[in-house]
Design a protein around this ligand. Structure first.
Ligand SMILES: *[C@@H]1O[C@H](CO)[C@@H](O)[C@H](O)[C@H]1NC(C)=O
Ligand SMILES: *[C@@H]1O[C@H](CO)[C@@H](O)[C@H](O)[C@H]1NC(C)=O
Ligand SMILES: *[C@@H]1O[C@H](CO)[C@@H](O)[C@H](O)[C@H]1NC(C)=O
Ligand SMILES: *[C@@H]1O[C@H](CO)[C@@H](O)[C@H](O)[C@H]1NC(C)=O
Ligand SMILES: *[C@@H]1O[C@H](CO)[C@@H](O)[C@H](O)[C@H]1NC(C)=O
Length: 320
């Protein structure tokens, strides 16, 4: 088991190094501009130098769609674990399934022990959580079949394609932050493909009280800690911590409500619009274990542990 993990780890490093070289060799003509992000720096790199770590500053929103539609969009071999999401949100509308739209800025990504850093990038996509990938009727996995990713970041584009993701190089507004503030309480985000007519646009308004948010934060913590897959050749186990200094106090998750417009896979070539969409805006540090064999995660129940105080005490890897 230990040998197996270290081999997997090695290959993830090899992939990162390979793409770093690729990028450095091929992209000197389009030197990255001086894009300065508002994002908090990566607070986990120091404690986890042997892991890929970074910061995701994101808008995470839930779009309820009819279970029948979900069943039509999600490949038939993956069961939908309705009981799992009802355990978290018992009053989720009858006959509906929660799709998550994630619009995020990836910041300060590092593999510190190897001296690898990756330029910031933005990405957006629709993610289908609570899927029974391994057939154990218990572990929830998340299908993320398509992403729009910053066209300037070759590592991110190729790193996502390696999962079998349908990746569209895209440009984003804003350029190097998670969203733009239109006024004190409204925010804007748009990603537009450079190679197709695909786009995703979010306009959100902060709610004065999180009490009017119909979903508990637990739902989004749970979903964002489910291993992700695209064509199921391999799984991405990203562990997101919601209780570090980055997501408390003045940076506590902000409940938002708004409008999402998109023309993107797997919703087909027609523009869709959803109004009255609820979600949160939150920045979290993460540890990412790339290109794992999905079957090794059978029985996985995730982490979403209580936070950095939890991480630093004792044997943190065992706790996770
Ligand atoms: C860090 O990477 C090692 C080796 O791949 C892995 O065993 C460990 O679980 C990772 N740590 C976390 C917190 O995911
Ligand atoms: C997340 O992004 C927003 C918009 O750029 C910024 O105002 C906020 O400070 C960021 N949060 C963190 C913790 O980095
Ligand atoms: C996610 O929710 C399910 C119940 O639906 C639970 O079994 C699982 O442990 C939760 N995972 C996390 C990371 O909280
Ligand atoms: C999944 O995608 C990867 C990367 O493109 C590819 O190597 C692999 O053959 C694909 N697997 C399937 C089952 O389509
Ligand atoms: C963060 O975790 C600590 C202990 O680990 C706990 O005392 C505190 O209530 C948590 N804060 C939040 C906002 O969950």
């Amino acid at each position: 088991m230990a040998l197996r993990l270290s081999l997997l780890q090695l290959s993830a490093v090899a992939v990162l190094v390979f793409f770093s070289l690729l990028l450095n060799g091929g992209e000197s003509a389009t030197a990255p501009d001086a894009c300065v992000s508002d994002d908090h720096h990566n607070t986990l790199a120091e404690s986890f130098p042997n892991n890929a770590t970074g910061v995701l500053n994101a808008t995470l929103a839930i779009i309820p769609i009819p279970l029948e539609t979900a069943r039509r969009l999600i490949p038939p071999q993956y069961g939908i674990l309705e009981r799992a999401y009802r355990a978290l949100v018992p009053n989720f509308p009858e006959g509906m399934y929660p799709v998550m739209v994630q619009a995020a800025h990836d910041h300060d990504v590092q593999f510190r022990a190897y001296g690898i850093t990756i330029d910031d990038f933005t990405r957006v996509g629709f993610e289908f959580p609570f899927l029974d990938l391994t057939g154990d009727r218990y572990s929830s996995f998340r299908w993320a079949p398509a992403q729009l990713i910053s066209a300037t970041n070759g590592i991110a584009l190729e790193g996502s394609r390696a999962y079998g993701t349908f990746v569209s190089p895209a440009e984003f507004e804003p350029l190097c932050d998670a969203y733009r503030r239109l006024s004190k309480d409204t925010t804007y985000f748009r990603g537009s493909s450079l190679t197709s007519s695909e786009f995703v646009e979010l306009e959100m308004r902060r709610l004065p009280h999180s009490a009017s948010d119909p979903y508990p934060l637990e739902l989004l913590k749970n979903i964002t800690n489910q291993p992700t897959f695209a064509n199921a050749t391999s799984c991405d186990n990203m562990i997101r911590l919601f209780n570090t200094t980055m997501s408390v106090g003045e940076h506590a998750p902000a409940s938002v409500r708004g409008r999402v417009r998109a023309r993107v896979f797997p919703f087909g070539g027609v523009e869709q619009e959803w109004t009255d969409v609820y979600g949160v805006q939150v920045a979290t540090p993460f540890i990412e274990n790339n290109y794992l064999d999905c079957r090794t995660m059978r029985g996985y129940s995730g982490t979403a542990g209580p936070g950095d105080s939890y991480m630093h005490g004792g044997n943190s890897n065992d706790e996770l």
